[in-house]
Design a protein around this ligand. Structure first.
Ligand code: ATP
Ligand code: MG
Length: 573
């Protein structure tokens, strides 16, 4: 094999199966070499990380093959949709870093879909059924037994036309009639057993108001919308595999209505399915996410524990880390459960390159440097990001009275405790080496203050100051820092796969998924940081300012720890 051939093979291997299909279609000259995809959210909730997987695919394919990806709001059910969701979906897609071609709405095609339905009725391909949904369900049969025909199946065309018109009036009663396609009640594919095309909904539509009263079902809207727009590759998730023959069938009818004779290279959208993203310790169903929000089990759609994109943004995840994670799990034809720890590893890897290093003390205890002059201060240089020196530095004020973490001190410490203990030396980050000389306790034996002496020749950055000591601690000057609230998050659910559990999912919530620390301190420089700016609290983890911050009290969300302590902890359990 030549080097060139090998390279081509290498490239083929790294293509996802969706990209392979697309390349085959391009090689065959289908659709005149045009590539057009769409991302079709229903505006009935906020986007979650599962949607991000679909977005990366839909936009990724268009970008890679010089095509276009449009947005289409699948707004065919006014009872659950609104413009607030539309706005937030737009915002989240932009945040992920994608650009759409056009914005379309399925509701823009309501007239065309209506006309198509009327044509089907006239062809004897559709009928109005006046049975209840329970009766219709009972007649469906099973995959191995044929269904039973509705008593309304063979009513005259004129009657169907009149009733269909009636379905679209303000007087029509919800559930009293549906329009069904007259296909095949014995087809092994259940979706062919006279699927419902239209139902009555008497709730105003967020764009159309009260113009319509009969609304198309997903199966009667999606494929046709793809066709009207000229979508070449309609990429969706695996649960739509059994819908595909019906998707193709309705397009056959559309082509027939338009008098198109089928040539091999005629335009036709192609549906391709990939596996959904499922994550451990969370749920992805919009219905369940709605329940969490509506019942106040989380603070909102953007609660940092939610798997929503707005929740992840508020928590401090970068869009790049989400895209990196999606890239790493890939696209397959098999359903799987992806490990949350993998997502967190991507976040950690990306934030390590981005985050500004600052100091914060979450569980403070006072440290007094007894040989440092009272009233004296020094501005110590703190590098913003050792991974990227171009990001410069800021200063942090040093003084006689400091806060350090309570966990960083033990009066008498075991051998491997490289933090502060009596008689031992440690370096205070960006400042001096100090030696612990004593501590003060209250009546209960709790440590109220630690004393130490500093070595004036050991200042960080000074020539000759690089005497080695084992531990380095972060600190804040008591009179030069700000009080802060810090919110620490854990898994939202206490079991790995709540979606697969028989119990009510609300019972599976982790009661300790949020812990609030009210008496923390941060350096002044960190107090000025805004939501959207990535921070690392040195030695603790990645954090981001929360919109709940006030000038008096900044609030921070913990994005993720510096190390994956969670997986380790689980192994010990
Ligand atoms: P629901 O939870 O109400 O069934 P949905 O999650 O399917 O809704 P849509 O707004 O219809 O929400 O989804 C828009 C697109 O995102 C669809 O193409 C859908 O296949 C895709 N999508 C939704 N959830 C996931 C997921 N977990 N993984 C990958 N793609 C997803
Ligand atoms: Mg859906």
């Amino acid at each position: 094999m030549s080097v060139k051939e090998e390279n081509i093979n290498e490239e083929k291997k790294s293509l996802s199966f969706v990209e392979q299909f697309v390349e085959e279609d391009l090689a065959e000259g289908k659709n005149g070499g045009r590539i057009q995809t769409r991302f079709p959210p229903e505006p009935n909730g906020y986007l979650h990380i599962g949607h991000a997987k679909a977005i990366c695919m839909d936009f990724g394919v268009a970008e890679k093959y010089h095509g276009v990806c449009n947005l289409r709001f699948d707004d065919t059910n006014p009872s659950k949709e609104n413009t607030e969701y539309v706005e937030n979906i737009l915002n989240d897609i932009k945040w992920l870093g994608f650009e759409w071609g056009n914005i379309y709405y399925a509701s823009d095609y309501f007239q065309e879909l209506w006309d198509f339905a009327v044509w089907m009725i006239k062809q004897g391909l559709a009928y109005v059924d006046e049975q209840t949904s329970e009766q219709i369900a009972e007649q469906k049969g099973t995959p191995t037994e044929p269904g039973t025909a509705s008593p309304y199946r063979d009513r005259p065309i004129e009657e169907n036309l009149a009733l269909f018109l009636k379905m679209n009036t303000p007087e029509a009663v919800e559930g009293s009639m549906v329009l069904r396609a007259k296909l095949d009640m014995a087809n092994p594919n259940m979706h062919f057993r006279d699927p419902i095309m239209y139902r009555i909904i008497q709730i105003p539509h967020h764009r159309m108001g009260s113009k319509w009263h009969a609304y198309p079902m997903y199966d009667f809207a999606h494929g046709q919308s793809d066709y009207f727009e000229g979508v070449t590759h309609s990429i969706c998730t695996l649960e739509f595999v059994p819908h595909r023959p019906l998707y193709d069938k309705f397009i056959d009818f559309l082509k027939e209505m338009n008098g198109e004779t089928e040539n091999l290279n005629d335009y036709r959208p192609r549906q391709i399915e990939f596996n959904r993203l499922n994550l451990t310790y969370t749920v992805m169903s919009k219905r369940k996410l709605h329940t969490l929000v509506d019942e106040g089990l989380v603070v909102g759609w953007d609660d940092p524990r939610m798997p929503t994109l707005c929740g992840m943004r508020r928590r401090g995840y970068s869009p790049e880390s989400i895209r990196m994670f999606i890239d790493s799990i890939g696209y397959t034809k098999f359903e799987a459960l992806n490990d949350m720890a993998l997502l967190e590893a991507s976040v950690r890897e990306d934030l390590n390159k981005r985050a500004c290093r600052v100091s914060a003390v979450l569980n403070p205890v006072k440290l007094v440097i007894t040989n440092y002059p009272e009233g004296k201060t020094e501005e110590m240089k703190a590098v913003n990001n050792p991974e990227n020196l171009e990001e410069g530095s800021h200063t942090i004020t040093f003084s006689r009275e400091l806060w350090i973490e309570r966990e960083d001190f033990m009066e008498e410490a075991p051998k491997k405790f490289f933090r502060m203990s009596l008689g031992k030396e440690v370096r205070l980050k960006n400042a001096y080496i100090v030696k612990c000389t004593g501590c003060t306790k209250d009546a209960d034996g709790n440590i109220t203050e630690i004393q130490a002496e500093y070595d004036p020749t050991s200042k960080s950055g000074d020539i000759g100051a690089n005497r080695k000591v084992k531990g380095t601690l972060h600190w804040l000057s008591v009179n030069h820092c700000r009080k802060a609230e810090v919110r620490i998050y854990d898994r939202l659910f206490s079991i790995e796969n709540p979606a697969a559990d028989e119990r009510d999912f609300r019972e599976l919530l982790n009661p300790e998924s949020l812990r609030i620390y009210e008496n923390c301190f941060v350096e002044t420089y960190a107090a000025e940081k805004q939501p959207g700016e990535y921070l690392q609290f040195q030695r603790i983890g990645y954090f981001m300012a929360d919109p709940d911050s006030t000038p008096e009290k900044p609030v921070y969300n913990k994005t993720v720890g510096l190390k994956d302590t969670w997986t380790k902890q689980k192994r010990i359990d």
